[in-house]
Design a binder for this molecule. Structure first.
Ligand code: URP
Ligand code: ZN
Ligand code: ZN
Ligand code: ZN
Length: 472
């Protein structure tokens, strides 16, 4: 069935213009003024922006972590994503040392297959590099279309990899055409500081932040960037929280090293004082790297504006306050790390960024959608509005005012980290490949309609994947 969206203002990473948009068979097939209706369903988007569906490059759905499993799974997580205007997510597939990579990937397919309501891909965690891993990586890229590898420089004795592993991953990725992602904090130093704090009876949530100072995020970021230059490879730093890390990225980029940076809504609007909230409420804001002193927010906004940071991921990793976060009562190091962010990523960036004049409307689209699609091999199928690509469209009313709250959110988790925050602008309807997932703020999607995305190699357009499929 054809659909025509009329009277909207189309916004891409480069242009803003009034046009109608004809969708057929899930694809945008015509853009123009006064398009004839041709028997299509007509959707009136008067007064609304039409954005390409958001691409969230950083989610953890149904992930075992901190002795429990994240509350939102691929069903609830992608429904919440859709309400927030995100139509593509890339989730982190964890691996275990000694386990074949293909088994880990199979586990992640089992969690997501038949559950997601929007399209999704996977990044693959690399915890060790040995002959078995190196032998498997080509098929991870060619068969699974997983073209980004994640190395954790923190979470000692759990997820952390050593420098040798990171360096070898960078070399392999360069040869194979993958982008290496890092969680950049110095896990060894943190481990020591945590032990010292607990020995001194410092057990409250705030010590989570105080034992992970921002200088060691800056240090790890600079170290990863240095290795990237040495390997002549490419790096994407996830969840940049502070001025020190942003500066490390800017310095590396100035030296000609290919380093990209992501921040998250939480670091742009919340700060370290949230962890000091009484009655253990600070635990709601425990994630890594931690929230920082407020002055860092200006540095992050400025880094987004000037292009030192290019994307915004949610780092969705939700745990209930009651029953999950309380695993860390009496010992902050046992509070499961993570927060619920998948739903409010676009709203916060629009309201705090565009509305407050910190970034332009086109930058907003680039940061929330286009750039991630390009970096992670999904462009132009995802990440833009043009003829011939997936009709992933957000109909966004820039004037609606609302208050973010767990009472009204769609995540499965029992609190919202942005509770009480007033935002302007909201997705009204959201389409994934031409089908409504959210229509007039109601869920009308289909559980399992989300498709797994095989992504193109780093630096290549999505067509490469299709071409390959056709020639096989
Ligand atoms: O605390 C967080 N961010 N949890 C998710 C895992 C990670 O480090 O991204
Ligand atoms: Zn049709
Ligand atoms: Zn991380
Ligand atoms: Zn994460």
């Amino acid at each position: 069935m054809k659909k025509i969206i009329k009277n909207g203002i189309i916004v891409t990473a480069t242009d803003t213009f009034n046009a109608d948009l004809l969708i057929d068979n899930g694809i945008i097939c015509q853009i123009g003024t006064n398009l004839s209706e041709q028997g299509a369903d007509v959707i009136d988007a008067k007064g609304c922006y039409l954005f390409p569906g958001g691409v969230d490059p950083h989610t953890h759905l149904e992930m075992p972590f901190g002795g429990t499993v994240t509350k939102d799974d691929f069903e609830t997580g992608t429904i919440a994503a859709a309400f927030g205007g995100t139509t593509t997510i890339i989730d982190f597939c964890l691996t275990n040392k000694g386990e074949p990579l293909k088994d880990a990937i199979k586990t992640w397919h089992a969690k997501s297959n038949g559950r997601a309501v929007v399209d999704y891909g996977f990044h693959l965690m690399i915890g060790e590099v040995n002959e078995a891993v190196l032998n498997e990586l080509p098929s991870v890229i060619e068969k699974e279309g997983i073209t980004s590898f994640k190395v954790f420089m923190a979470y000692k004795n759990v997820l952390q990899a050593d420098d040798e592993t990171l360096f070898k991953t960078l070399i392999a990725a360069k040869d194979l055409g993958a982008l290496v992602m890092v969680h950049a904090e110095n896990g060894d130093v943190i481990d020591y500081l945590v032990k010292k704090a607990l020995e001194g009876g410092k057990t409250e949530p705030i010590y989570h932040a105080l034992t992970r100072p921002q200088v060691i995020e800056g240090e790890a970021t600079a170290r990863a960037a240095t290795f990237t230059g040495l390997a002549n490879s490419q790096l994407y730093v996830v969840h940049v929280t502070c001025a020190d890390a942003a500066k490390a990225i800017a310095d590396a980029r100035n030296r000609g090293i290919e380093v990209w940076g992501e921040t998250c809504p939480q670091y742009l609007v919340l700060d370290q004082t949230y962890l000091e909230r009484p009655n253990f409420e600070g635990a709601k804001y425990v994630w890594s790297p931690p929230l920082r002193e407020k002055w860092n927010q200006d540095a992050l906004w400025s880094a987004l504006k000037t292009g030192t940071l290019q994307t915004i991921g949610s780092d969705q990793c939700s745990f209930d306050f009651n029953g999950q976060k309380d695993l860390g009562k009496g010992d902050f190091s046992k509070i499961p790390n993570g927060g619920p962010m998948i739903e409010d990523r676009l709203s916060i960036l629009f309201s705090e960024g565009v509305k407050k004049g910190r970034i332009s409307l086109n930058q907003f689209v680039d940061i929330t959608s286009t750039r991630a699609a390009k970096l992670f091999g999904l462009y132009p199928k995802k990440g833009t509005i043009t003829v011939g690509v997936d009709a992933d469209i957000v109909i966004f009313d820039p004037t609606v005012e609302r208050t973010i709250s767990a009472e009204t959110h769609h995540m499965a988790v029992d609190y919202n980290a942005f509770e009480g925050m007033k935002v302007t602008g909201e997705p009204i309807s959201v389409l994934s490949r031409g089908e409504f997932v959210v229509q007039d703020k109601k869920f009308v999607g289909t559980v399992g309609a989300g498709q797994y995305l095989k992504r193109a190699k780093y630096g290549k357009n999505y067509e490469t994947v299709e071409d390959k499929t056709l020639s096989m």
